[in-house]
Write a new protein. Structure first.
Length: 366
């Protein structure tokens, strides 16, 4: 009993000693929290101009592009053009080794000569056999064999002549010329390579009728409308905005990226270089030109909201504000139809740790 009393006395003494220290520590912690400055926030200033990131990269291509190859087998001896070369109709682009083709012509001509000799021999044999049959010296079977040999000799001569024509045409196919004015946009074969008939050697693009080409996934393609208008600009000159409209969408998706190629027609005033890197964005109408990162949106009771910063000069506080979305998100950004105006400061990071009326610190770049 005495031991239990001693334990209670010792415990009471410890509580009396530790209690004031704990209270002092708690008050000190509250003082530190009260003295701590408001936390900085990552925010952006709303503008009515779409950011460059709210766009899709693409390239300037020609509406007419032709892959040109030789019409016969051979070894490439010369390639007179390279990527970017401007050519005129009839300019020689590449040539094949003519020796093999010339040999084929000589062999075909010799075959024609031999067929002509065979035909003369068969003709003479047939004439002589007819005479002998009239004199009852040769049989009818011998005459039939002579007639068949004559017909075969005629067919052989026609075949040899056709082979000669083909060889002569092939000799002319050793020279590749440009079918129209344009620019060489791709090169596939170098001098010294052996190519088969029809294998692409160069790609020729017409300089007229340029278009912007972009690749879009199926999810974005579903949201395209026929009356949508677009802006195209070069990455080297972002201030030169050119209008564009969709001319066609390729029906087959890429097997590697699962995207489909979209071709956009440009106006005649567009001064883009063939192969130039460009960016394309949809022209928004009205307030939909305002866009925010998806990370700035929070959903409360089915409503889209953002945190807007109010700065009165002495302090900065945040408050929720309902917004109306202009459509689905594209490229990590989403259009805002109403609820905020240009010049508003919107928080885009840490939105789930804020409370209405909370004081915040300075703005930091996201």
């Amino acid at each position: 009993m005495i031991r239990k009393c001693r334990r209670f006395i010792i415990l009471a003494i410890l509580i009396m000693m530790i209690g004031p220290a704990a209270m002092a520590f708690h008050r000190g912690t509250e003082d530190v929290r009260a003295a701590a400055p408001p936390r900085p926030i990552a925010s952006i200033i709303v503008t009515d101009r779409l950011a460059p990131e709210h766009s899709i990269p693409g390239v300037i291509a020609s509406r007419i592009e032709v892959e040109i190859g030789f019409q016969t087998l051979g070894r490439v001896t010369r390639r007179n053009v390279d990527v970017g070369s401007v050519v005129r109709k009839g300019d020689i682009l590449a040539t094949l080794n003519p020796e093999d083709l010339q040999g084929d012509v000589r062999a075909a001509r010799a075959a024609v000569d031999a067929a002509q000799v065979e035909l003369k021999t068969a003709q003479a044999t047939a004439d002589r056999t007819r005479t002998l049959v009239q004199r009852n010296v040769a049989s009818t079977a011998q005459l039939e064999r002579a007639e068949r040999a004559l017909s075969a000799a005629r067919s052989a001569l026609l075949q040899a002549q056709a082979e000669l024509i083909r060889a002569q045409d092939a000799e002319g196919f050793a020279v590749m010329d440009a079918p129209f004015d344009g620019v060489i946009s791709a090169v596939y074969v170098n001098a010294g390579a052996v190519v088969s008939a029809g294998e692409p050697v160069v790609q020729l693009s017409a300089q007229e009728g340029l278009e912007a080409v972009i690749d879009l996934p199926e999810g974005v393609l579903k949201r395209l409308r026929p009356d949508d208008r677009y802006q195209v600009w070069s990455e080297n000159d972002p201030d030169d905005l050119q209008p564009a409209t969709i001319s066609r969408i390729e029906p087959i998706a890429s097997t590697t990226t699962r995207t489909r190629r979209v071709h956009m027609a440009l106006t005649d005033q567009a001064q883009f270089r063939l192969g130039a890197l460009i960016r394309v964005r949809r022209i928004a109408t009205g307030d939909a030109a305002i866009s925010l990162p998806q990370s700035a949106l929070l959903t409360t009771a089915g409503k889209a909201q953002v945190w807007v910063v109010a700065d009165d000069g002495a302090s900065r506080t945040v408050s929720r504000r309902d917004v109306t979305l202009a459509g689905p998100a594209e490229g990590g950004l989403i259009g805002i139809a109403s609820g905020i105006s240009p010049g508003d400061e919107v928080v885009i990071r840490g939105i789930h740790s804020l409370t209405d009326g909370q004081t915040v610190g300075r703005r930091v770049a996201p």
